[in-house]
Design a protein around this ligand. Structure first.
Ligand SMILES: *Cc1c(COP(=O)(O)O)cnc(C)c1O
Length: 399
């Protein structure tokens, strides 16, 4: 018998929970796509996005998912044979590197495994060897959604500056945007990529690239930019449709505008606080579970854990069964063990993820943790007691 009635709760790390207000904002007829309100809405979205990223640079909007803006950023700045270094602490770091490789870039991956952040000293050491300054860009994922690690971007900038290397710093903030504190200009980031379906609470299909003056100048000098990814017409359009290289994604713009209104009402600082608190509630539950049994957070040091998603290891238990139980019996959808597809982790089956990004409050999260706790009991997976209590103690500190 299944109790999966009521509203289904999707806590995968994206697409995140879509607020009713955002869904309702799309219930409109087709607009004029050449002039009027849509132009103003788009301008305001770009302005707000830049502000949320903490940049005075430019923002280009793409009808795309996150993979698209990986390619957009690379294709504006680099050409075949150009050397870049990708810092990998999870699947998404490798994904961005692979995109560059297929584009013909000379990609070198510095590998930091699945359980730890990128080490800034290793970057310094590598850049020191590059006395001819062949390396043109450094790619890093702020919060890698597979491992749930959060990398220390200011320390990476410092590592680049310490050796006086001119390479651009490109950061993937797709999972962390509006979840983890991010200050593009203050942190010395040259290019930021993000997408709408995670902390930005909008159905998938819009993605953004923010870039500063240094990156803009390098892109202008690039002779082989692709017509679709070229960010110049998108940021300096002569006609409105150049913002999208074609038809505007009309209803996603309505949705994104509404989500940004919700973000403005709550405030950036409050959003970061809420995500930090909800993340700590998840970690407190995992600590309680871990007191008697296999469950533990993949990233040991809380300093390097994302506030948007938590990856949980349960070697050697089959967490696919737990995810199935939560989904089929209770209507809770959890994330799978992405990036752990090796026998050591039962081909990913001993790993699961809880997404805690975007439109989420304590009853949703505490309900999810209690449901997981029930699943562990129903399936006889060993676990310590008191996880929900421990999470409630954390959420009690809201003030
Ligand atoms: C989700 C995600 C991506 C990929 O985004 P898609 O929209 O699925 O293409 C890339 N990087 C990170 C860190 C992500 O979380």
């Amino acid at each position: 018998m299944s109790f999966a009635r009521g509203r289904e709760l999707v806590l995968t790390p994206g697409p995140s929970v879509m607020p009713d207000r955002v869904l309702r904002a799309m219930q409109r007829p087709a607009p004029n796509i050449y002039e009027g309100e849509l132009v103003e809405i788009t301008d305001s979205i770009l302005r707000d996005l830049g502000r949320l990223a903490g940049t005075a640079g430019e923002t280009a909007l793409y009808v795309s998912n996150g993979h698209g803006v990986w390619e957009a950023a690379l294709s504006n700045l680099f050409g075949p044979g150009d050397a870049i270094v990708a810092l990998a602490s999870g699947t998404f770091g490798h994904g961005w590197a692979d995109t560059g490789r297929v584009m013909g870039l000379d990609v070198e991956v510095l590998e930091f495994g699945r359980h730890a952040p990128v080490d800034p000293r290793a970057l310094s050491e590598r850049l020191k060897e590059d006395t001819a300054h062949r390396i043109k860009g450094i790619l890093v994922v702020h919060a890698d959604t597979s491992s749930s690690v959060r990398n220390d971007v200011p320390r990476l900038r410092q590592a680049i500056d310490d050796v006086g290397h001119p390479a651009l710093l490109l950061v993937d903030c797709i999972a962390s945007f509006c979840c983890d504190v991010y200050e593009m200009d203050d942190w010395g980031v040259d290019v930021t990529v993000t997408a709408c379906q995670k902390g930005l609470m909008t159905p998938p299909g819009l993605a953004y690239v923010m870039f500063n003056g240094k990156a803009a100048a390098i892109a202008r000098a690039n002779p082989v930019r692709s017509p679709y990814w070229n960010w110049s017409p998108r940021t300096q359009p002569e006609r409105f449709y150049e913002r999208f290289c074609g038809t505007a994604p009309t209803h996603l713009l309505y949705a994104q505008r509404e989500a940004l209104d919700m973000i403005a009402e709550e405030g950036r600082a409050a959003i970061f606080k809420r995500h930090a608190l909800l993340a700590r509630a998840v970690w407190a539950a995992v600590v309680a579970w871990s007191s008697d049994g296999p469950l533990r957070c993949n990233i040991e040091d809380p300093e390097f854990r994302s506030h948007a998603v938590t990856t949980i290891l349960a070697d050697p238990h089959d967490m696919l069964q737990l995810r199935r139980w939560c989904e089929d019996e209770a209507g809770l959808i959890l994330g799978l063990g992405l990036g752990f597809l090796v026998p050591e982790f039962m081909e990913g089956k001993s790993v699961f993820r809880i997404g805690h990004m975007g439109h989420l409050n304590p009853p949703m999260l505490l309900g999810a943790l209690a449901t997981i706790d029930s699943g562990l009991k129903a399936l006889d997976i060993p676990h310590g007691r008191g996880a929900v209590e421990a999470a409630a103690v954390v959420t009690a500190t809201i003030s």
